[in-house]
Design a protein around this ligand. Structure first.
Ligand code: PSU
Ligand code: MN
Length: 309
């Protein structure tokens, strides 16, 4: 089956789950193609899918495979994506490139939202969203535009650690995107839980988050609801430890003139080295934690169908 007028093809499992209103959680795949090293990337992708199934929801990893936008990957497709030689990083502007050139690629938060929303999926788990970069005011992630325009619940652990977080939060406010702190009063900062930036509302249960999103959308608003879920305590790295490491990695990237799509992978790799892989462990832990919460929210939403808009 493909969605009318689009090139998007959900797997049979996802099409069926959506038809009978079972809880489904979309997963991005840039984290597989560009965010994590091999083989942690494929291990993590499988673990996230298993965590979602463990909560009683269906995982729908989104990616472009040889020019086809797929929602729900087979084991074989997941393995091929994780081992792909030079996969694309697919955000809004890159879909047509991947389709026309029959390339494979991982979808970013924005790309995943676009495809998953068209398929009818309402909940999505990622690690960190893109945002406004430091020292380069025109480098603003398409993720922020997607959050402004696409009505989904997006569960993250904050934004990429290297970003200008106050500017990113201002942008989200301007675009009318609620930032929900899950069991926290402050915006979590990816590797760290001890940030000091404000969220727009604190909610303490998946059920409350489902109700909140329904209330938001019932007003005719079309923006996403961003849920910021702090990294588990046992894997968190204090902000004061991370700050100099992120600054050093960023400085080295600048000296080596690394920018554009290569910047994040370089920084993540370097930060992992500088923290003796503690940051990699943190990244894996927060991704799994977000998958679980997203599944719980999807279940709460599916259990409340009469109030859907
Ligand atoms: N956060 C990370 N690592 C990543 C990403 C986010 O810690 O690799 C990915 C996500 O897929 C996000 C994308 O959507 O980076 C944003 O990229 P850009 O800033 O180029 O829009
Ligand atoms: Mn960017």
């Amino acid at each position: 089956m493909s969605i009318a007028g689009t090139m998007i093809t959900p797997s049979n499992e996802i099409a069926r789950a959506l038809q009978i209103n079972l809880p489904v959680v979309a997963l991005e795949s840039t984290v597989i193609t560009h965010g994590l090293p091999h083989p942690q990337n494929i291990q993590l992708a499988r673990e996230m899918e298993a965590a979602i199934r463990g909560e009683g929801a269906t995982p729908a990893t989104v990616a472009v495979i040889e020019g086809k936008v797929r929602i729900g990957l087979s084991e074989d497709e997941l393995t091929r994506l994780a081992e792909a030689e030079s996969p694309l990083k697919v955000s809004h502007r890159d879909f047509a490139t991947a389709i026309v050139k029959k390339r494979s690629g991982g979808t970013t938060v924005a790309g995943t939202m676009l495809a998953a929303h068209q398929a009818g999926i309402k909940v999505f788990a990622t690690g960190g969203i893109g945002g406004v970069h430091k020292e380069s005011p025109f480098d603003i992630s398409t993720d922020l535009r997607a959050l402004a325009e696409i009505p989904m619940i997006v569960v993250c652990a904050g934004a990429k650690a290297i970003l200008d977080l106050p500017a990113t939060l201002e942008y989200l406010e301007t675009m009318g995107v609620p930032v929900v702190g899950y069991q926290t009063d402050k915006f979590p900062e990816f590797y760290s839980r001890d940030g000091n930036l404000d969220i727009s509302v604190r909610l303490d249960s998946p059920h409350e988050i489902a109700e909140f999103a329904q209330a938001h959308w019932s007003l005719g608003l079309h923006s996403a609801v961003l849920v910021a879920n702090p990294i588990p305590e046992s894997d968190a790295i204090p902000r004061l430890n991370m700050e100099p490491i992120i600054a050093q990695a960023s400085k080295e990237a600048k000296e080596k003139k690394i920018h554009g799509q290569k910047l994040t992978p370089y920084l993540l790799q370097r930060i992992s080295e500088l923290t003796n892989k503690r940051s990699l462990q943190a990244n894996l832990a927060l991704l799994l934690n977000n998958a679980r919460l997203a599944a719980q929210i999807a279940k709460a939403l599916a259990g409340n169908p009469r109030r859907m808009v």
